[in-house]
Ligand binder design. Structure first.
Ligand code: FPP
Length: 250
């Protein structure tokens, strides 16, 4: 866990921008994007995968160290079963079509969220993705899938309680770092920036612990319309923010 300011390591053309070390993205508005075009919601999700490809390229190019994408929340099970299975299929196809390229581009992938309730085949794919890219040192791409922050914190608490019960950890020694080390994002910097598309302004159970000091930026564009111009505008907004981390600034 870290609350240090972001590292400015943008390519020359973007030198006036502060580049966050870790960006979290709530990819919202696929359904509305499709509806506006008279298409089925599933077409919006397909177009959303194209935007995923774009932001991964952009994050790498701009020197972001970690990108976390909210792909499927624990609450998304409330959607019609056909839509749920379509989104699951998209993740499978994304891995099948993009894994080799991502691995060659030095991207390290981690999937966070509850794996227990996923089918065996999907769990195998997740393990394969993580193993294939484990030694990579470029962009950390974190895919939050079947993820809910409250469930993540509850799971961490259970493990910590077990350690205390076994005598491996003293209750008095539990602090913020202990919690952070038991979350899916352990070892990664906290997000400096959380972006949500489609004009909605809430966190929807995404990285609640980790985003304690994140800057929140909301853009009107639906997720499938996310491109370099939106990305740069978001970085400009981030650059203009005065991050004090509870202090009084300089
Ligand atoms: C939000 O739009 C989008 C989702 C719940 C699914 C996001 C999934 C993808 C972009 C594809 C899979 C991801 C990867 C990493 C390959 P919405 O359906 O809530 O839109 P609405 O609010 O307009 O209905």
């Amino acid at each position: 866990m870290s609350t240090k300011p972001a590292v400015a390591s943008a390519p020359p053309a973007q030198q006036t921008l502060s580049v966050p070390r870790h960006i979290g993205v709530i990819m919202d508005g696929n359904g509305r994007w499709a509806k506006l075009r008279g298409l089925r919601r599933t077409e919006g999700h397909k177009a959303g995968v194209e935007a995923v490809r774009r932001i991964v390229e952009l994050a790498s190019a701009y020197g972001v160290s970690c990108l976390t994408l909210f792909s499927f929340s624990s609450e998304n099970w409330r959607r019609p079963p056909e839509e749920v299975s379509f989104i699951f299929g998209l993740l499978r196809r994304f891995v099948a079509s993009d894994l080799d390229r991502l691995a060659r581009n030095n991207v390290k992938i981690r999937i966070i969220g509850d794996r227990e309730t996923l089918d065996k085949e999907l769990r195998r794919i997740i393990e394969e993705v993580e193993a294939t890219t484990a030694a990579n040192t470029g962009l950390n791409l974190v895919i939050a899938f079947n993820y809910g922050a409250q469930a993540e914190i509850a799971a961490a608490t259970r493990v910590i309680a077990q350690k205390v019960a076994q005598g491996a950890l003293a209750a008095d020694d539990i602090n913020e770092t202990t919690i952070a080390e038991h979350l899916g994002t352990h070892g990664l910097p906290d997000p400096d920036l959380i972006v949500r598309t489609s004009g909605e302004m809430r966190l929807s159970n995404f990285l609640l612990w980790q985003s304690a000091y994140a800057e929140l930026v909301f853009v009107e564009e639906n997720w499938p319309d996310f491109d370099e111009s939106v990305f740069v505008r978001v970085l400009q907004t981030f650059t203009e923010r005065d991050r004090r981390f509870g202090g009084i600034g300089t």
